[in-house]
Design a protein around this ligand. Sequence first.
Ligand code: GTP
Ligand code: MG
Length: 370
Amino acid sequence: GESVTVQELAEKMKKSPADIIKRLMMLGVLATINQEIDADTAGIVAAEYGLEVEVKVELDAEALLTQEAEDDPADLAPRPCVVTVMGHVDHGKTSLLDAIRQTNVTATEAGGITQHIGAYQIEHNNKKITFLDTPGHEAFTAMRARGAQVTDIAILVVAADDGVMPQTVEAINHARAAGVPIIVAINKMDKPDANPDRVKQQLTEYGLVAEEWGGDTVMVPVSAKTRQGIEDLLEMILLVAEMADLKANPKRAGRGTVIEAELDKGRGPVATVLVQNGTLTVGDNVVAGTAWGRVRAMMDYRGRRVKKAVPSMPVEVLGFSEVPQAGDMFYVVPDEKTARSIAEKRANRKREEEFKAAMPRVSLDDLFKQ
Ligand code: GTP
Ligand code: MG
């Protein structure tokens, strides 16, 4: 089961650790301030203060979240890097991903405009890379607003014939704010009016100076159309990823971020999630925001059924009670009851907040107006 230390419990309950230790003694449990006590015992102590099961459930969730830092170094294994492709509209983000995957997603997209975030995984030189395609920056902003940090590397796509545009600058700012390394892909090199030097020149104004100009930003000329430079780009991604020494613990309970979600007529709520630590397994009980459920089935990006999803793997998950929101964290909890109560508690809190926000605000001026 899950556990908390006496100290954490005291902080949570706004009591002194000495009080908690005394209560525990009355229950026949001898504990020190740093001692771990299980969720059930914590629940009983909470109940003694009239705080009951609700607190226990919150502690379960909290304990699970704080376990993040407690991975045994021996359990850590290398994980694939997660790459987000960003850039101005029509500069070729989706085409570039297509070229990388050697498939053709653009053709099936309505009007050729990306409708959602796609998540794919490829293999290059026996190393996996996870790619996220973004529709624009709103989704990214929404995720960052929730504190979701999903990407390890940002690929900034700039069309060589168009140069730096407003959303190029936005993307740079987003990547910077997230502290994510940027690799520039100067795309559409096949076009007769392609001018990579102009792009490099423009980017210096935003602090991105190409390596060959004495800076430290990797800039790769590519063409999604002719596949020129794609290999170089993948090499550079793997190089940057290697330096980042990315690791995760596949042995712990799965957790990560909801990348996108929708209600499917036949299958119910469907969520594409990125596993960021641990392993997500069919049958696991999960919570994501106010959604909860038991993982009924999982599909990899090719639509193939999988039983397990390991770190950096994007999967479609069936089994949520409702459609979770993009950017929501998901995590595995010990049982259905816990999943449900955490989600319900959040839903109640959300309703309360919405209710408060909807209440008309009457100022003194209004009252005295006539
Ligand atoms: P949004 O998702 O709408 O922001 O666009 P995007 O950045 O994903 O661009 P997309 O891949 O849809 O490409 C936009 C247009 O540019 C399409 O007509 C592509 O065929 C074209 N295009 C993309 N890459 C290249 C390239 O390397 N060379 C040429 N000539 N055309 C390209
Ligand atoms: Mg696109």
